[in-house]
Design a protein around this ligand. Structure first.
Ligand code: SUD
Ligand code: ADP
Length: 268
């Protein structure tokens, strides 16, 4: 079976408090974007995992795809499979690409081997693999709370808008990004801010990671400004970076100054 694990952007990201378990509670809207990897899983005589495309740091036993398979195998009599991942989405980019791969492995195994797992059971497995992994089980716009793995409905529909993602070849560790943040409770919830028209978001919808990462990596605010200069209705860093995105009313000619970066553009 072949599937196409995609990625997400964060429409706003407020980090509200540090939890006793060391993680942080947050408010964010995760929104799916079509930039994706290619994942093939087929039955085989023995288990194997291979990858092509972008090089994934670490050995394959630590790949989230393998972890997802092993997690399910601990509870079900799964046959061996041959798994191949063609990696396209940049790594450590704030796009949740690795989490998407893991979630799609769970969904693919559930479908192929008729495990009968419900959406909520799949989300429980995904939560064990990473904070933003559970989102990719439903893979639709959701308002995310707590560690980013508790969901509620939000009516944000960006159909008809165009998005440009700029990855400036800069790997930012999620753990390091969280360690630099000072959590605080916002006066107005992100939920309320996102209900207002998109042309208000520039002044209201904020990614808290920008406060500590923009001074350290000046390329990031520079890209954000260039996206606004190119006509973006809203621009922001995604997650813990380093991808910066702009949302536009219509397709644009991506400015030349981004030619050394990895760029993806498409319809939302
Ligand atoms: C920041 C966000 C925002 O959407 O996305 P990315 O930028 O990574 O895509 C997510 O919270 C990333 O989720 P994910 O990448 O799954 O993180 P995990 O593997 O669970 O955790 C990596 C590390 O980040 C920190 N962490 C993560 C999530 C959270 N709510 N609080 C935290 O403090 C912890 O130090 C943890 O050890
Ligand atoms: N299949 C995978 N794809 C990407 N990264 C993976 C994968 N499996 C494990 N990882 C590890 O996860 C981390 C980055 O995860 P990723 O989801 O790409 O970043 P981010 O959460 O910033 O978008 C890296 O340390 C990487 O080695």
């Amino acid at each position: 079976m072949i599937t196409f694990p995609s990625c997400k952007i964060n429409l706003g990201l407020r980090i509200t408090e540090k939890r006793p378990d060391g993680f942080h509670n947050l408010q964010s809207c995760f929104y799916p974007v079509g930039w994706g990897d290619i994942l093939e899983i087929i039955p085989a005589n023995e288990f194997s995992f291979g990858s092509s495309g972008l090089v994934i740091p670490g050995d394959s036993q630590h790949n989230l795809c393998v972890k997802a398979y092993n997690l399910v195998k601990a509870d079900f009599d799964l046959p061996p499979v041959q798994m191949h991942l063609h990696k396209v989405v940049p790594i450590g980019a704030g796009l949740g690409g690795g989490s998407a791969d893991a979630a799609f492995v769970l969904k693919s195994l559930n479908g192929q081997f008729e495990l009968g797992l419900s959406v909520s059971q799949l989300e429980d497995y995904a939560r064990m693999l990473g904070s933003d992994c559970a989102f990719f089980i439903q893979n639709r716009p959701l308002y995310c709370l707590e560690k980013g793995d508790v969901f509620s409905e939000i009516s944000v529909d960006l159909k008809g808008y165009y998005i440009v993602l700029i990855y400036p070849n800069l790997v930012i560790s999620t753990a390091e990004a969280y360690a630099r943040v000072r959590p605080c409770q916002p006066e107005t919830t992100l939920f309320e801010q996102l209900q207002r028209p998109m042309d208000t978001w520039r002044d209201t919808v904020h990614n808290d990671f920008e406060d500590s990462l923009f001074p350290k990596y000046p390329v990031l605010p520079h890209i954000k400004q260039q996206l606004y200069d190119a006509g973006a209705v809203y621009a922001s860093m995604s997650g813990s970076g380093s991808t910066v995105y702009g949302i536009f009313n219509a397709p644009i000619v991506v400015p030349n100054q981004f030619s050394t970066y990895r760029v993806w553009e498409g319809e939302l």
